[in-house]
Design a protein around this ligand. Structure first.
Ligand SMILES: [Zn+2]
Length: 258
């Protein structure tokens, strides 16, 4: 199959059509487990062994930061971190701990063009952030700077946000938030360096102000590490008129997994 035919089939499937294009996709990407490559009977699945290795984040957790607690301390309990350093966003939820297969999925979506993984990942996110999703008026992805977007062709946060919007029926606001300057990759930077790296890196577009005014926004990103990126994006959204911002990410690095 030529590159163009491949792209056409893939786009047709990702665009939501089924049938012949889906069959062609199965031919190009045989349905394999994204974790261990074992053949599966259908697309967008995970084999049982890899599934059991995923660490889904469920209660008990901090009601603000969503960080899991090892013991159930009762409902509505906040972590010491949420009390000492209240974040700019109202609530944060993530579907899985960022290790093992979760890391492979994030990597596949980000660097290996596996946009076919986005609907499955978005489904897990929608479950983890069910309350945030039902309380929001619109969904906004963390944007990439256009230099990086050119190099990578698509924004992984937008792919996840688009799938969540499609599954939930909530409006997706693209182009309201932009990165005003390219930032260094956050990987390898400590918490302070990360904060400085993204400080003032986001702004709301002129058109974005009208769409954000008074709205409760659900901000989407692939991974939460120290919160520097979503913190800076939240501040920009609030300055741009959003009434409230909550954050939903696919994966979350825990202190011993950063
Ligand atoms: Zn597997």
């Amino acid at each position: 199959m030529t590159q163009t035919a491949f792209a056409r089939f893939r786009d047709a499937v990702l665009g939501g059509s089924r049938g012949a294009a889906a069959a062609a996709l199965a031919f190009v990407y045989p349905p394999t487990c994204p974790g261990c490559q074992v053949l599966l009977g259908r697309h967008a699945g995970i084999c049982g062994r890899c599934w059991s290795s995923l660490r889904f984040i469920v209660r008990p957790y901090c009601e603000v930061l969503g960080v899991p607690f090892s013991h159930d301390l009762g409902s509505g309990i906040l972590s010491a971190d949420a009390i000492a350093n209240p974040p700019p966003f109202s609530r944060l939820r993530s579907a899985v701990v960022h290790d093992g297969l979760a890391r492979t999925l994030v990597h596949g979506l980000k660097y290996r063009d596996r946009t076919d993984l986005a609907p499955m990942m978005a489904g897990w996110m929608a479950r983890a952030g069910e309350a945030l999703l039902s309380d929001c008026d619109a969904i906004v992805p963390v944007p990439l700077h256009h230099y990086r977007l050119l190099a990578r062709k698509f924004n992984q946060a937008s792919e996840l946000a688009r799938a969540i919007a499609r599954q939930s029926g909530k409006p997706l606001l693209l182009g309201v938030l932009r990165r005003t300057r390219p930032t260094r990759q956050q990987i390898g930077l400590g918490a302070n360096a990360r904060r400085v790296n993204v400080q003032g890196a986001f702004s709301v577009t002129e058109a974005g102000r009208a769409s954000l005014s008074g709205k409760r926004i659900l901000l989407i990103d692939d991974v939460y590490t120290t919160g520097a990126t979503v913190g800076a994006a939240t501040r920009a959204l609030r300055r741009g008129g959003a009434a409230d911002v909550s954050v939903l990410t696919f994966a979350r690095a825990l202190a011993d997994h950063i």
